[in-house]
Design a protein around this ligand. Structure first.
Ligand code: CP
Length: 296
């Protein structure tokens, strides 16, 4: 997300909007997209696959490394150099931070980061920003709570950089061990961003426009005991909104998957937006691919 300015972001959101309304229908029928997913995924892999197919393109997919020659010890650089021989664009998810950027330095085709370890998840952020603009009518000057795992949450890290261009105030709500990393809090490029810490959701709900909730990610903890201590830190239930009336336009976002951090009784409230948010991923990923392949 550090590579994108506000004009780049708004241009992609605009393309996504035109794709959703069918005002434009990009055609990539002569292109093949390679999806290399070294880590599990449901939304990102399926929405990228669907995005390519909605534009008449083809996909080749590695979903997990078990069935590929990675299992025989083939290096990451050899793998991407070989797959490049078959594809026009590569979409990579890896547990290794910087993997997609490294591939982009090796290859002469566009490479998209579909999530790299605890670092960034930029296409998720673009769909989050699309969702926020759609529900709030603007990205400017919003009050946004970031709840849950702010330390390892790559969706959080990317979202902070993306929204930094738009004068938002972030309310940081996390257990002590899962705070937003200092390298982000102290980043000079974020000096215009207002960060407020809070541990009381009741207090902040009436002033919020968006509550962005994340899962405490078991797979990121080196110490299982530390995970057990924090796994149930925040649970959003419907009763929270009965005691504290949110704004009418208030919406709850979550990149999903969820475990227990949002109770299913919230799903039927008008505030729940996480399933529509997942759908928005399709339009934004179509926009990203079409733009990178010069189809718009
Ligand atoms: N939000 C997200 O990245 O979900 P998946 O891990 O299922 O792709």
């Amino acid at each position: 997300m550090r590579d994108l300015g506000s004009a780049d972001i708004l241009a992609l959101l605009d393309i996504a909007e035109k794709i959703e309304s069918k005002e434009i229908q990009p055609d990539i029928s002569d292109k093949v997209a390679a999806l290399l997913f070294y880590e599990p995924s449901t939304r990102t892999i399926f929405s990228f696959d669907t995005a390519v197919k909605r534009m008449q393109g083809k996909t080749i997919i590695m979903a997990g490394s078990e069935s590929s020659s990675v299992k025989k010890g083939e290096s990451f650089s050899d793998t991407v150099n070989v797959v490049r021989q078959y594809a026009d664009i590569m979409i990579i998810r890896s547990i290794v931070e910087g993997a997609a950027r490294y591939a982009s330095e090796l290859l002469d085709i566009p490479v998209v980061n579909a999530g790299d370890g605890s670092n960034q998840h930029p296409t998720q952020t673009l769909l989050d920003m699309y969702s926020i603009k759609k529900t709030q009518g603007t990205l400017e000057g919003l009050n946004i709570a970031l709840v849950g795992d702010l330390r390892f949450g790559r969706t959080i890290h990317s979202l902070v950089y993306g929204l930094a261009h738009f004068g938002v105030t972030f309310y940081l709500v996390s257990p002590r061990h899962l705070k937003l990393p200092d390298y982000i809090r102290n980043d000079e490029t974020l000096s215009n961003v207002v960060f407020m810490e809070s541990n009381d959701l009741n207090e902040i709900i009436p002033s919020l426009d968006v509550m962005y909730v994340t899962r405490v990610q078991k797979e990121r903890f080196a110490d299982p005991v530390e995970y057990e201590q924090v796994k149930n830190s925040y649970q959003i239930t419907n009763s929270l909104f009965q005691h504290n009336t949110p704004k009418d336009t208030f919406r709850i976002l979550h990149p999903l998957p969820r475990v227990n951090e949002i109770s299913i009784d919230v799903d039927t409230t008008k505030y729940a937006y996480y399933f529509q948010q997942a759908k928005n991923g399709l339009f934004i990923r179509q926009a990203i691919i079409a733009k990178l392949l010069g189809a718009i």
